[in-house]
Write a protein that binds this ligand. Structure first.
Ligand code: UD1
Ligand code: CA
Length: 450
């Protein structure tokens, strides 16, 4: 059975000291709201509704870019979490089945946890609240229980000393039948210490009608909410720890896991080896058995099986490396396909290019792809030998099994099997070096005396 998602993202987030809406701050290269919505990848969802604040255009754009089926509704004034939920009412008009309330600034709720809550609903609870044992309960709402029944949620501001001593806290995630949730949220009043419409009040309201409420718990790390830059850094650390763990569980070797940084969408194949200090920006897939050597930075790149990248390599968006390709130290690749077994081992820039199978690109080779206005393409065939320090002035094509001599500036296409040589002819001046040295040393001695 599918679950409707209501993601609240209308909060101020003022403690970020930022001009950017809080939920657009990124964790592992994706806005935190994208992480929060990510549970939908693993559970069957019905409607997905995001509640944004007044002027939440940037949030709307991010969400709609992610998936245009997600509904975005506005809560002009932040009158409280219950009020925010009621804003989703029209989008859920006539919806059957359960709905769950998530927060855009609480990005790590696992799909398994929502499945546990769903199970508690099936087992008969009308309202299911996700709780956690807080190491430092601080200002979280407290869950008041009687046996395994949830009797009430009390906000810290309204709690007595005895209630504040409770360590079972409210994560904010609440599940109920969509129509029940919306009806109860609309019935909530604001006669509390904060003068807000608290969603948490639906537990008492529901119980007064004879509905039952239960708590499902999860580890505290999962409910991590982000209010400050320090929280954001902590969330990044949690993400990275989990990503390293799952890369290893899935069969990758990380030589120094704590020095490898993943993005939300990084895929690392079985038996891939990732050396120290490697950064995976968004959009990277590394196939099985590939090796990413130390200090490399990859973004928008596909690394084929058995390929070797780095140390100190940079793969930029559009890098497509086939099986067994070798990209060595201080090589930058952008928008280029490199076919099976080709090698670019040292100090090169390969941009807007296609390189054929088993071609060898010598040290210091540059594809001169940009004329200041337009980008141009370089096409290199199979089994080509590109001599060191070749300048490939694009657009240019080099045929199969051709060669370029070291230092050649290639401005014309090179036909298959030909050798291109284009460099000033060398001339030796007999004894001139020795005479020059003598003259210069004499000049230096004269300066010292004077
Ligand atoms: C809320 C819970 C509290 C829980 C805590 C967990 C209530 C009344 N309290 O408190 O029990 O322990 O979360 O973090 O629900 N939001 C809106 N519109 C609003 C108000 C809030 O969209 O009018 C959004 C915020 O963006 C945020 C979320 O709802 O993502 C929670 O709001 P916040 O004000 O942070 O609630 P807390 O006081 O932290
Ligand atoms: Ca909060």
């Amino acid at each position: 059975m599918s679950i409707h998602l209501i993601v609240l993202a209308a909060g101020e987030g003022s403690r970020m000291e930022s001009d950017r809406p809080k939920v657009l701050h990124e964790i592992a290269g994706a806005p935190m709201i994208v992480h929060a919505l990510g549970v939908a990848d693993s559970i069957e969802t019905g409607e997905r509704v995001v509640v944004v604040g007044h002027g939440g255009e940037d949030v709307r754009e991010t969400v709609v870019n992610l998936d245009e089926d997600i509904r975005v509704v506005e809560q002009a004034e932040q009158l409280g979490t219950a009020h925010a939920v009621t804003m989703a009412g029209p989008a859920l008009e006539g919806a059957t089945g359960d709905a769950v309330v998530l927060y855009g600034d609480t990005p790590f709720i696992r799909p398994e946890t929502l499945a546990d809550m769903s199970q508690a609903r099936k087992d008969g609870a009308d309202i299911v609240v996700l709780g956690f044992k807080a190491a430092d309960p601080a200002r979280y709402g407290r869950l008041l229980t009687d046996g395994d029944t949830l009797t009430r949620i009390v906000e810290w501001k309204d709690a007595t000393e005895v209630e504040r001593a409770i360590t079972l806290c409210n994560s904010g995630v609440i599940m109920a039948e969509a129509s029940t949730l919306l009806r109860l949220a609309a019935a909530v009043g604001n006669g509390n210490a904060a003068g807000e419409y608290y969603l948490t009040d639906i537990v008492e309201l529901g119980r007064a009608e004879g509905l039952t409420a239960k708590v499902v718990t999860c580890p505290e790390a999962e409910t991590l909410g982000i209010n400050t830059r320090a929280d954001l850094a902590a969330a990044e650390a949690v993400f990275q720890t989990n990503a390293r763990q799952s890369a290893m569980v899935n069969g990758a070797t990380l030589l120094a896991p704590e020095s490898v940084y993943f993005s939300y969408d990084t895929h690392i194949g079985r038996d891939a080896i990732v050396e120290q200090n490697v950064i995976f920006a968004p959009g990277v897939t590394v196939e099985s058995g590939a090796r990413i050597r130390a200090f490399s930075h990859l973004e928008g790149a596909h690394v084929g099986a058995g390929a070797v990248v780095g140390p100190y390599a940079r793969l930029r968006p559009g890098s497509e490396l086939s099986n067994g390709v070798k990209i060595g130290n201080f090589v930058e690749v952008k928008n280029a396909t490199i076919a099976d077994g080709a090698k670019v081992n040292h100090l090169s820039y390969i941009g807007d290019a296609d390189i054929g199978a088993d071609t060898n690109v010598g040290a210091g080779t540059i594809t001169c792809n940009y004329d200041g206005v337009f980008k141009h393409k370089t096409t290199i065939g199979e089994r080509v030998f590109v001599g060191s320090n070749t300048m490939l002035v694009a657009p240019v094509t080099i045929g199969n099994e051709a060669m370029t001599a070291t230092g050649t500036i290639v401005t014309l296409d090179v036909p298959e099997g030909d050798l291109a040589i284009g460099r000033p002819r060398q001339e030796n001046k007999p004894g001139l070096a020795r005479r020059l040295f003598q003259k210069l040393r004499a000049a230096k001695a004269a300066v010292k005396k004077g």
